[in-house]
Ligand binder design. Structure first.
Ligand SMILES: Nc1ncnc2c1ncn2[C@@H]1O[C@H](COP(=O)(O)OP(=O)(O)OP(=O)(O)O)[C@@H](O)[C@H]1O
Length: 318
């Protein structure tokens, strides 16, 4: 397979990277948001108490190390803290507790260096919608001091590799589907050849073929360009296909960490099954409000029945 010439930015030329450092070291990191109570509770008789803001530990004492060239998945339900964690790694949010180091550089003290080492793709990517993908990416390339001719060639190659048809490359972005626009956002992150790529749900909303295009390209970026990739996803198949290791996050805490095959065997053992379970079952196991014990499996007749019963109980309690 032909490789893409992505090594065209000069962003990293003055940065020293010690090969002994891991790509990401997250040490005891928490992020606490204050949320107003719902309006109704303000009319409650305990007005003083109701005025207090509720604290949400969106990320709660997370420890995680990502080695160079690893692809690590962060899996979690809606609101579990994935995006908050990624935002702290990309210097968009400041941790309230703990430290984050990217290739040895601290996200607070060395913010400017960290910003050159990483690139983040998220669904809320901002673009000039009247301009074409080519124009948008040329604009980004200029911000990164890339030469026009070189950038133009690379942009066309990356967009084509991601499955954008040649006639769409120069047409306004606003005429493209949301999924296609998402691919352009991904292309923009690849353009700078970051050594750490943070992908926040990159394939949500993409059709199966587009998902595979993106996954293939992510793998290529690691294999050919030595990138380290941290990816958040709801898609268990994607996690299994792409990630060397996954961390499952629930209510801001990492509740399981490891290779997908190993986690599947662990959960099968807990459930007394010989065959490994699916990643969906692993996810359900670790994110259920109560970890399901062998005794509960026996009491309710099957793991699924125990899960349903305990989830119903959890909803009632809430
Ligand atoms: N700026 C904010 N102010 C207050 N609360 C916030 C803020 N950002 C996130 N939260 C809360 O923190 C928790 C974690 O949110 P986060 O967006 O990190 O979850 P997520 O796992 O990325 O969810 P999703 O899969 O839906 O994107 C949620 O309870 C959310 O409501």
């Amino acid at each position: 397979m032909a490789t893409l010439d992505l090594e065209m930015n000069s962003l990293l030329k003055d940065i020293t990277i010690d090969p002994a450092n891991d790509a990401v070291v997250i040490d005891g990191v928490s992020k606490i948001f204050k949320k107003s109570r719902p309006l109704l509770s303000r009319w409650h008789k305990e007005a003083v108490e109701a005025k207090q803001k509720r604290e949400v530990r969106a990320v709660d004492n997370v420890n995680l190390t990502v080695k160079r060239r690893e692809i690590v998945g962060i899996l979690g339900a809606n609101g579990s803290g994935k995006s908050t964690l990624i935002r702290m790694l990309s210097t968009l949010l400041i941790p309230d507790e703990g430290t984050v180091r990217i290739f040895g550089y601290d996200v607070i003290k060395d913010e400017a260096v960290v910003q050159k080492l990483i690139n983040r793709v998220s669904v809320e990517a901002s673009f000039f919608k009247k301009l074409s993908p080519m124009e948008n990416l040329l604009y980004a390339a200029r911000l990164y001091n890339m030469s026009g001719a070189e950038a133009r060639k690379n942009i066309r190659e990356i967009l084509t590799r991601l499955g954008i048809k040649p006639d769409r490359i120069d047409a306004p972005l606003e005429d493209m589907s949301r999924g296609m626009q998402q691919k352009v956002a991904i292309a923009r992150a690849f353009l700078t050849s970051p050594i750490l790529l943070l992908l926040d749900e990159p394939t949500t909303g993409l059709d199966p073929r587009s998902k595979i295009d993106v996954q293939t390209f992510v793998n290529e970026l690691r294999d050919v360009h030595d990138a380290t990739i941290l990816i958040t996803t709801h898609d268990m198949d994607e996690a299994e296909a792409l990630c060397d290791r996954v961390a499952i996050i629930d209510k801001g805490r990492i509740v399981a960490m490891g290779e997908t095959q190993a986690l599947k065997r662990v959960v099968a053992d807990i459930r007394g099954q010989v065959e490994p379970v699916s990643m969906n079952e692993v996810f359900m196991h670790y994110t259920a409000a109560h970890l399901i014990t062998e005794e509960q499996v026996k009491r309710y007749g099957s793991w699924e029945k125990a899960f349903e019963a305990l989830e119903a109980q959890r909803e009632e309690e809430e």
